[in-house]
Design a protein around this ligand. Structure first.
Ligand code: ATP
Ligand code: MG
Length: 384
């Protein structure tokens, strides 16, 4: 897989200073994990490293952060070896001791935030989707969850200066709604080459919950080979929900879902990627207000694993409303947003007809330009 096409929209001339700065930034991003082979320097044998790789441990950090019990379950790795392994891994990985909050504050200021493609939504999220943690997007059908995921697959490849993560994207599709054509449309908006961008997205369709789980382990391998900025799971809960039915299976379902979320969180910790999951909602009657309220699926398991939760709903006149549902550092405010960028439209019949057709009559157009392929690009934006 080739590296992200960072140069495509960079406008700065490459001076010596620039190059040094970019090199430093690159080192910073790349230094977030260490390949597992480094353990050999601490007298861990090649055979043991092979065993670890077979069980999905591709980085030193994944060994350092793993519970002892999980390592002891690996055939041929006993009690004594686990202690030696973890001691070596912790030494290499660092990050395992207390640090001053001021140092942690500084470290957090380096956290890359990925642009969602909607300035309103970015503002709501305090800059964008945070790398190194899980962001959950939930809401009814057609609220734009999949559209945001598609947009993030493109923006995560752009330079940090324009809200990107300078890395590849990984997409696990459990509902069969990933559309490369849509990615190509979004590329036009950002002036990126569609083939390069698609080349930097690893896509897999998950057919059952076990397969979904297995794909995460493959994701870890891919991430240890190239730099990734984003992992999308659209949707994280659908397969679990359809396979484990009824109250009798609820506890097993939650257990399996919990395992999946833990593994996903580990990818965030080890590789510093942003994990974005989508989730469906169920309608539950509210005894106090006599109204039904929408709740995300997955209960406490999903609630605890997701650092930031965004609730999307349909507003009046086809607007979309986003609300922060639960975040350690963002207030629960909501905004109206309509993030769809309607690209590559052959405007033969005139704009008004197009607007009527798509119910966007109430929106104002703030950008209209013609791209080299003689297609019009509209950015439709609705003020609160
Ligand atoms: N190219 C496009 N331009 C503008 N709007 C689009 C485009 N493609 C899809 N849409 C709109 O996006 C909406 C669907 O959004 P999306 O598929 O992201 O919903 P979702 O929240 O993922 O729904 P579900 O729960 O069914 O998966 C529809 O209203 C559709 O008309
Ligand atoms: Mg969807």
């Amino acid at each position: 897989m080739s590296t992200a096409p960072t140069e495509t929209i960079s406008t700065n001339e490459p001076t010596e200073e620039n190059v040094e700065k970019i090199d430093d930034e690159e080192k910073h991003i790349l230094s977030s994990y260490t390949k597992i082979e480094e353990l050999q320097k601490f007298s861990i044998s090649g055979t043991d490293i092979k065993k670890l790789r077979e069980q999905g441990f591709y980085t030193v950090e994944s060994v350092a952060f793993a519970p002892k019990k999980q390592l002891m379950d690996i055939k041929g790795i006993g009690d004594g070896k686990v202690a030696k392994l973890q001691e070596a891994a912790c030494k290499i990985a660092g990050k395992m001791q207390f640090v001053k909050a001021i140092d942690y504050f500084e470290r957090r200021s380096d956290i890359v935030k990925l642009s969602t493609g909607s300035s309103n939504l970015n503002e709501l999220l305090g800059g964008g989707v945070e790398t190194g943690s899980i962001t959950e997007i939930f809401g009814e059908f057609g609220t734009g969850k999949t559209q945001i995921c598609h947009t993030l697959c493109v923006t995560c490849q752009t330079p940090a200066s324009v809200g990107g993560g300078e890395g590849c994207a990984l997409y696990i599709d459990t509902e069969g709604t990933f559309r490369p054509e849509r990615i190509a449309q979004i590329c036009d908006r950002f002036g990126l080459d569609a083939s390069d961008t698609l080349n930097n997205i690893s896509f897999a369709r998950a057919y059952n919950s076990d397969h979904q789980m297995k794909l995460l382990s493959e994701a870890a391998q891919l991430m240890s080979e190239s730099r990734y900025a984003l992992v999308v799971v659209d949707s994280a809960t659908a397969l679990f929900r359809s396979e484990y039915i009824g109250r009798g299976e609820l506890s097993v379902r939650q257990q399996m879902l919990g395992k999946f979320m833990r593994e996903l969180l580990r990818l965030c910790d080890v590789f510093g990627v942003a994990a974005v999951i989508t989730n469906q909602v169920v309608s539950t009657p509210d005894a106090l207000s006599f109204k039904a309220s929408l709740k995300p699926i997955g209960g406490n398991i999903i609630a605890h694993a997701s650092t930031t939760r965004i609730f999307l709903r349909k507003g009046q006149k086809n607007a979309r409303v986003a609300k922060i549902y639960d975040s350690p550092n963002l207030p629960e405010i909501h905004i109206d947003f309509l993030h769809f960028l309607l690209t590559n439209l052959h405007v033969k019949k005139g704009l008004s007809q197009y607007q009527v057709q798509h119910n966007f009559i109430s929106c104002s157009i703030i950008k209209k330009k013609r791209n080299p392929k003689k297609h019009y690009i509209f950015e439709i934006y609705k003020k609160v």
